[in-house]
Ligand binder design. Structure first.
Ligand SMILES: NC(=O)c1ccc[n+]([C@@H]2O[C@H](COP(=O)([O-])OP(=O)(O)OC[C@H]3O[C@@H](n4cnc5c(N)ncnc54)[C@H](OP(=O)(O)O)[C@@H]3O)[C@@H](O)[C@H]2O)c1
Length: 276
């Protein structure tokens, strides 16, 4: 496995983690086996949220991690956008740790919500750090302006990650969030790195050709392209053990520059990628 620093804190996280959105829709044993296999393969970064299956995803994560050394794991969960009032944040975090059966490493604001003053939400999160309920604070789906505002409002902590959609198809973070995160050493956690599975199901022709030339699968090339970037980690979700094993194989090699140029030049084809 390859590793990345989590912001400036002394924590190494794997470049490839485990997403868990809708994992509760799979048979429980299969979901738990997939997560355990991922952890065995070094994907020790696990992403969940109170909103995923309204707690059921967190419960599955709690069950899956039981046999492992807790200190080897980095558990990320999120407070939903309607629970951002001071008291609600505290309540949500405590409910999450009850379902996970352990503390939270990185607690994210799932979506910004202007109905709640950001300073109030962050005050509650800073207190959760002091209380030992969470270790680090992060955000998700924040624009560059919102990310900067959050950093300014924090008193004793910094934002360690912004989790945003980023894949070969969705390249928006490259405009401003990615360069800022790389400069400021904030981890960019790329969600939906396989475009919710669509990259594999309906790959652009050029990607198919490049994967064949590299002798890698389409998912592996799509994930490797992301993790080759400094400060970027990817969190593909896979509820099947064979998918987890394949995704773990996206680390430890690099796409040669000539093929990288071709891959980055998917722009024209990308515009025609079907959405469903
Ligand atoms: N912060 C946010 O707002 C936000 C939003 C969306 C997602 N996320 C996080 O990011 C994670 C990943 O995003 P995502 O779940 O939207 O989409 P994704 O990881 O891009 O795609 C997941 C889909 O790809 C399939 N898949 C995984 N590996 C594969 C492989 N090697 N070959 C073929 N198919 C493969 C999975 O199938 P199986 O399950 O059948 O294996 C699943 O259907 C989420 O689970 C969640 O933790 C966060």
């Amino acid at each position: 496995m390859e590793y990345e620093r989590l912001n400036s804190v002394e924590v190494n996280i794997p470049k490839i983690g485990l997403g868990t959105y809708q994992i509760e829709l799979s048979p429980r044993d299969e979901a738990i086996s997939a997560l355990r296999r991922g952890i065995e393969l070094g994907m020790t970064l696990i992403d969940t949220a109170e909103m995923y299956g309204w707690g059921r995803s967190e419960e599955i994560v709690g069950e899956a991690i039981k046999p492992f050394d807790r200190e080897e794991l980095t558990i990320v969960t999120k407070v939903w956008g309607t629970n951002l009032a001071y008291e609600s944040v505290k309540r949500s975090a405590k409910a999450s740790i009850a379902r996970l059966g352990t503390y939270i490493d990185v607690y994210l604001i799932h979506w910004p919500n202007p109905s709640y003053p950001l300073g109030e939400t962050l005050k509650a999160m800073e207190e959760l750090v002091s209380e030992g309920i969470i270790r680090y604070i992060g955000v998700s789906n924040f624009s560059l302006g919102q990310l900067k505002e959050a950093r300014n409002l924090l008193r004793n902590n910094d934002i360690v990650t912004n989790q945003v959609e980023y894949s070969l198809r969705v390249r928006d973070p490259e405009a401003d969030i990615l360069p800022y995160c790389q400069k400021e050493k904030i981890t960019l956690m790329a969600y939906s790195p396989l475009d919710r599975g669509r990259i594999v199901k309906r790959p652009p022709q050029k990607l198919k050709v490049i994967a064949a030339r590299l002798g890698k699968s389409i998912a592996q090339v799509a994930i490797n392209w992301l993790i080759s970037k400094p400060m970027v980690v990817a969190i593909p979700k896979a509820s099947k053990v064979e998918h987890v094993e394949e995704n773990a194989g996206a680390a430890g090699w690099r796409i040669p520059q000539d093929l990288m140029t071709e891959l980055e030049d998917l722009e024209e084809e990308r515009a025609r990628w079907p959405r469903s």
